[in-house]
Ligand binder design. Structure first.
Ligand SMILES: Nc1nc2c(c(=O)[nH]1)N[C@H]1C(S)=C(S)[C@@H](COP(=O)(O)O)O[C@H]1N2
Ligand SMILES: [Mo]
Length: 331
């Protein structure tokens, strides 16, 4: 794991202060090796396009490298979205409702010091500061699709590790069935809290088995660097088979419970946002069809929409979690 540290423990340094990170070079070498050895056309074609260029470090923030993930399904072969799009087209309502607002406003987010309190139905409740969190497990790079319920999607190379690594550390009790995620709500830093669109703090929830699934990622970085504030610095969740809003940003507490937790979106509009919110092309949102999506960056009037895949394409890995459930009822 490579993370530039200073007295504060974690810095969003400018690129000029950063020495080039050899591990990131390794990643690119790995991509080349994989591409060279690929039997089928897919990998070679993918690597032959601009994917290698696209996952180069943008050089804006402190480097945070991760080794390519070995978790099944963790690396889509799709071309990553341009960093400029991934960092300037955001939902982060604490910093405004417009897609461009978070990139404009989130510079007021102070990420040092930072810690996550893990509590509730666990044998070993604990508070982890950011350095402890960063060092708890090896950082991995995972290229995930993320689809918003509004009908757009992105492909983002995240850096982090399975949330399960952190949850195992606190030893969930047998009675724990759900996990609640509480995010920062600080009116001094977050102008969006003046609006009452959501009941702050923004909270999210998962069933414990969903939270323990290896694809559920605790993310600290993207594109080989620490997370930009607007993408949920310094630590967020990424749950790639669920709509984007399940991926809570700037987490400050994680609570294990025996009851299904309320979530910010569920409280705001119960009929629109269910607890599960699995990506499902067959279950339309009351205002938006979920059958297709627009990939951010594939702009222009004539850009073809993509068909949305069941569980956002992660069905092979996560479908079993929902065996026997009526996903139209439990949306
Ligand atoms: N705290 C917080 N987390 C949040 C949100 C938010 O408004 N506040 N928006 C969610 C939504 S709707 C989406 S689509 C994703 C967007 O993540 P991205 O900006 O990294 O693409 O963040 C999710 N996490
Ligand atoms: Mo979203």
């Amino acid at each position: 794991m490579l993370i530039r540290t200073d007295r504060d423990g974690f810095s969003h340094a400018r690129s000029s202060e950063i020495t080039p990170q050899p591990v990131y070079e390794e990643r690119r070498q790995w991509l080349r090796t994989v591409a060279a050895g690929a039997a089928g056309g897919t990998l070679a074609a993918w690597a032959g396009r601009d994917a290698l260029a696209a996952v180069q470090r943008p050089g804006k923030l402190a480097a945070l490298a991760g080794q390519p993930s070995q978790v099944a399904g963790a690396n889509t072969m799709e071309t990553p979205t341009a960093y400029a799009d991934a960092s300037q087209y955001n939902n982060y309502y604490e910093f405004g409702l417009d897609k461009a607002d978070p990139a404009r406003n989130a510079h007021t987010l102070k990420t040092t010091p930072w810690s996550i309190k893990v509590e509730g139905l666990v044998a070993k409740p604990a508070t982890f500061d950011l350095q402890e969190l960063l060092q708890l497990s090896a950082q991995e790079e995972r290229i995930y699709r993320l689809r918003c319920v509004e009908g757009w999607s992105m492909v983002i190379p995240w850096v982090g590790y399975s949330l399960a690594q952190l949850l195992r550390r606190v030893q969930p009790l047998g009675s724990a069935k759900y996990v609640e995620f509480v995010t920062l709500a600080d009116p001094k830093m977050m102008p969006g809290l003046r609006s009452r669109v959501l009941d702050w703090p923004y909270t999210e929830g998962l069933r414990l088995d969903e939270a323990m699934h290896p694809l559920t990622l605790l993310a600290f970085g993207m594109y080989g660097e620490v997370l930009p504030a607007q993408n949920g610095a310094p630590v967020r969740l990424v749950v790639p088979w669920k709509y984007g809003f399940k991926s809570a940003k700037s987490i400050v507490a994680i609570r294990l419970t025996d009851k299904q937790p309320a979530t910010a979106w569920n409280k705001a509009a119960r009929n629109e946002y269910g607890f599960y919110s699995n990506v499902n092309p067959d279950v339309p949102h009351p205002r938006w069809s979920q059958s297709s999506e627009r990939r951010i960056g594939e702009g222009g009037l004539f850009a073809k929409k993509r068909k949305t895949l069941m569980f956002n394409g992660y069905g092979e890995q996560v479908g079993q979690l929902y065996a026997g459930m009526d996903l139209k009822q439990q949306f």
